[in-house]
Design a protein around this ligand. Structure first.
Ligand SMILES: NC(=O)c1ccc[n+]([C@@H]2O[C@H](COP(=O)([O-])OP(=O)(O)OC[C@H]3O[C@@H](n4cnc5c(N)ncnc54)[C@H](O)[C@@H]3O)[C@@H](O)[C@H]2O)c1
Length: 453
């Protein structure tokens, strides 16, 4: 099929590349020219394992191209994906400005019957609103008035860091539309994935046996939109829950690692998202749970669980700062090393990263902060200007009185902790992800502080 993907961020780029990989003709659009130029030359604009190989391969096969010309892309496509951002407004509400801009452009340039796929995470009811914006734009801007289009909700569940695998081997595909014809067309588009009939690209591990079917949830538009918000809110709830249990473990002397293991082996609970740590962040959980809480408020519902999940998460970041204060007493003038700034490993995404919040709080208390991240090489704007960026973990650790591991990058397991101990002025480690080998570090003379143990 001829497909156009609008927005080439984490979701749009991965979607475009994977749809090309299953033999569609895909044109990706973004309004940032430098991004498009870079992508067109085969260079990825995001750090995502495996993406660059698939990008190059599909450009070479003439199945994938990039443009800033949205009219050209819309004109030649039967299916148009909306993959632009939906960040939070100051009150927690989702900002739909980017979606509105794109819907207006679609209305302006649409030249025949098309399916508009909303892959961005949007508030419940947005599908109908997008239809309205497109219709109004057709009315105002488009010389052709008699156009039949359908908006379908197809929420995205990929995780940054394993986005290609998550797209090719999803747990489920959700298609929300009132039109059977549209649902059938979308099912046909995803057939190679649903049937797992595609040839697994080189370098990507086949996670689901060939021929095994992927479940497809066909629903109305509103339910599809709700599935996405509810799923993210539930995952965030699991993390906040285990962090609360970890805080109790610390007081009663239990070990959260054993507690999580014992809980997670129960199939009704499952082990995923039961890792205690410094709290959740990223570009999705914070904004999605806030948006759902806001929507509930619009209907007079006080979403007590959602609000608690947010509060526990904010509190968890503060608890880490408190742990640092407990160890160092006076934080002012002390040097602290932070390992990891991305909100989780295997991504360069720093949006709403708990590490940034913690660094800013410690900097505000007068600490001198040095951080190192394996992939993030530019200081994010949200970071206090006084925080220093280092080229390696050893430079960050030098002269530090405390080291906080904030992101569980695998490369941190390979660090020479004997050297780090020599470089630090006090050997104290707070392992914010319960990731390092406590016994080993203690044997080497570190004071090791984990979360909930
Ligand atoms: N990042 C994730 O892990 C993830 C997972 C699931 C769902 N989502 C949802 O998917 C959506 C996109 O997320 P993302 O992380 O890819 O965002 P992003 O910010 O990384 O990318 C958005 C892209 O859209 C482009 N854009 C904005 N306005 C445009 C316009 N008018 N025309 C063309 N391009 C335009 C931007 O330049 C940017 O490249 C969000 O709603 C998000 O909640 C994200």
């Amino acid at each position: 099929m001829n497909i156009c993907v609008i927005g080439t961020g984490y979701v749009g780029l991965v979607t475009g590349v994977c749809l090309a990989e299953i033999e569609n003709n895909v044109i990706c659009v973004d309004n940032i020219k430098e991004k498009i130029n870079k992508l067109a030359s085969g260079e990825s604009t995001i750090y995502e394992p495996g993406i660059e190989e698939l990008l190059k391969k599909n450009i070479k096969n003439n199945r994938l191209s990039f443009t800033t010309d949205i009219s050209k892309a819309i004109n030649r496509s039967e299916v148009i994906y909306i993959c632009v951002g939906t960040p939070s407004l100051f009150n927690g509400q989702a900002n739909l400005k980017f979606i509105e801009d794109v819907a207006t452009e679609i209305g302006k340039y649409i030249n025949g019957n098309k399916i508009i796929v909303n892959k961005s995470t949007v508030p419940i009811g947005s599908g109908d609103w997008v239809s309205m914006v497109i219709s109004e734009s057709i009315e105002r801007n488009n010389p052709v008035k008699d156009i039949d289009f359908h908006v379908v909700s197809n929420p995205e569940f990929l995780r940054e860091g394993s986005a290609i695998s998550d797209t090719l081997f999803p747990d489920r595909i959700v298609i929300g539309s009132s039109s059977k014809e549209v649902v059938d067309k979308m099912t046909e588009l995803y057939k190679p994935i649903i049937d797992q009939s595609f040839d697994c690209p080189k370098g990507i591990e086949r996670l689901i046996p060939k021929g095994k079917k992927i479940p497809v949830v066909k629903s109305d538009l509103t339910s599809a939109e709700m599935i996405k918000y509810a799923a993210n809110s539930f995952l965030a709830t699991k993390v906040s829950f285990i962090n609360e249990i970890a805080n109790i473990c610390e007081k009663v002397g239990a070990d959260i690692l054993k507690v999580s293991e014992g809980m997670g082996l129960d199939r009704r609970i499952a082990p995923e998202f039961l890792n205690a740590g410094i709290g959740w962040g990223g570009s999705c959980f914070p904004k999605d749970i806030q948006a759902l809480s806001y929507i509930a408020g619009e209907y007079g519902i006080i979403p007590q669980i959602l609000n608690s999940v947010i509060n526990v998460n904010t509190g968890q970041r503060q608890k880490i700062v408190k742990k640092v204060q407990d160890e160092l007493k006076i934080v002012k003038g002390k040097t602290i090393a932070i390992l990891g700034i991305s909100f989780k490993p295997d991504t360069d995404d720093v949006r709403e990263s708990p590490s940034i919040d913690i660094m800013n709080n410690l900097a505000a208390l007068g600490a001198r902060i040095k951080f190192y991240d394996p992939i993030v090489k530019v200081k994010p704007e949200a970071l206090d200007k006084k925080v220093l960026i280092c080229n390696d973990a050893y430079t960050a650790a030098a002269d530090s009185e405390l080291l906080l591991l904030a992101t569980e990058w695998k490369e941190f397991l390979k660090l020479d902790f004997i050297k780090i101990k020599e470089l630090m002025s006090k050997p104290i480690i707070i392992d914010g992800r319960n990731f390092l080998d406590r016994d080993y570090l203690e044997k080497k003379g570190f004071k090791y502080i984990g979360i909930g143990r």
